[in-house]
Design a protein around this ligand. Structure first.
Ligand SMILES: [Mg+2]
Length: 333
């Protein structure tokens, strides 16, 4: 394999993990709370802190299951897909469902409400698509959270020269937990973008316009949100909507996360610039930055990522080992 493609594949996986690991520092904060908590910006894992309304002081974030430099559910679930590809050498939704289930009952750090409800359903392992479809119906077919798009990046790498296979794989893996067409459209958009960046596409306006056309069939709002990525400022996406008084909660909407990722892809001049812009908006920052990181990694490659962000990842070696295996597998198949 061309060394540039291999570097971009590493970039996708590390980009996702780093976006997730940095973004968790501003997750569920409004933009103004981010500015208050991090007056010099959140630029490294060592900057993490939270403001306690009990002691009125800044404190270190502590959780026995997590420390700065660790990623969260977004990347854990991405690894369920990646490990399944490495083990099965095909897309096997029952194997992926089993891995998601295992993660949910053994770790589950940061697990979202939709995934939690679905993977614990007694029939999930046998028929994940039916369980997720019934869950979506039971919620009035309006729930379209970002739990599918946040883990989809390996499906843009696997068989990256074959767009119809990518579309199919992205849909069926999304549907394991997220049946809404907007969720599937988000996964397809991210995977197609990653695959074209791996193939060397450099015209980002052309890329985003082409993908907007290819996913318009999923829902009319796909095009609306992708069009917002032309704006100079991320403010147009209102990524922290629901974290300020009297706002409806929409910060984990799949199309917000999709648009955040494509905004960074289209507007950032460097990997760091894109990640920091997303992280400083707050909202569902780890998920938004995980998706942005995978796209930016496919655009700029692993070698363009700040070494401190790679070195600071607690499970760096486990990611490196998997990246090498995936590159080898893509090369052979
Ligand atoms: Mg998370």
């Amino acid at each position: 394999m061309d060394s540039i493609v291999a570097d971009k594949i590493r970039g996708v996986l590390f980009g996702q993990a780093i976006g997730d690991a940095l973004g968790v520092g501003t997750e569920f904060l409004s933009r103004s709370e981010v500015a208050f908590t991090f007056p010099n910006g959140l630029r490294n894992y060592s900057d993490f802190r939270i403001y306690s309304k009990i002691t009125n002081q800044f404190e270190q974030f502590e959780d026995p299951r997590w420390s700065p430099g660790d990623w969260t559910d977004d990347t854990d679930q991405m690894l369920c897909i990646l490990d399944s590809i490495l083990a099965r050498r095909t897309i096997d939704i029952h194997d992926i469902a089993a891995r998601l289930h295992h993660w949910a009952v053994t770790d589950a750090f940061g697990i979202g409400a939709t995934v939690s409800a679905i993977v614990r359903h007694p029939e999930f392992l046998e028929n994940p698509h039916r369980v997720s479809e019934e869950y979506w119906e039971s919620k009035g077919r309006i729930s379209a959270s970002n739990g599918g798009v946040m883990r989809t990046s390996p499906l843009g790498i696997w068989q990256y020269l074959e767009p119809e296979k990518i579309r199919y794989n992205a849909e069926i893996v999304c549907r394991i937990t997220h049946a809404d067409p907007r969720c599937m459209g988000s996964c397809v958009a991210v995977c197609l973008a990653i695959s074209r960046l791996l193939q060397g596409e450099q015209n980002l306006d052309k890329l985003v316009d082409a993908i907007a056309k290819e996913v318009e069939k999923y829902h009319p709002e796909m095009a609306t949100y992708l069009a917002k990525t032309q704006a100079d400022s991320l403010a147009v996406l209102d990524l922290d909507e629901g974290l300020n008084a009297r706002e409806r909660v929409t910060y984990s909407y799949t199309l917000k996360t999709l648009a955040a990722g494509f905004w960074a892809l289209r507007n950032a001049n460097t990997f760091s610039e894109g990640i920091e812009a997303i992280v400083h908006e707050g909202g569902d920052a780890d998920t938004n930055a995980a998706v942005a990181g995978s796209l930016l990694g496919a655009r700029f490659g692993y070698r363009a990522i700040k070494p401190a962000w790679i070195e600071g990842l607690i499970y760096k070696q486990e990611l490196e080992r998997r990246a090498e295996k995936l590159i080898e597998l893509c090369d052979r198949t």
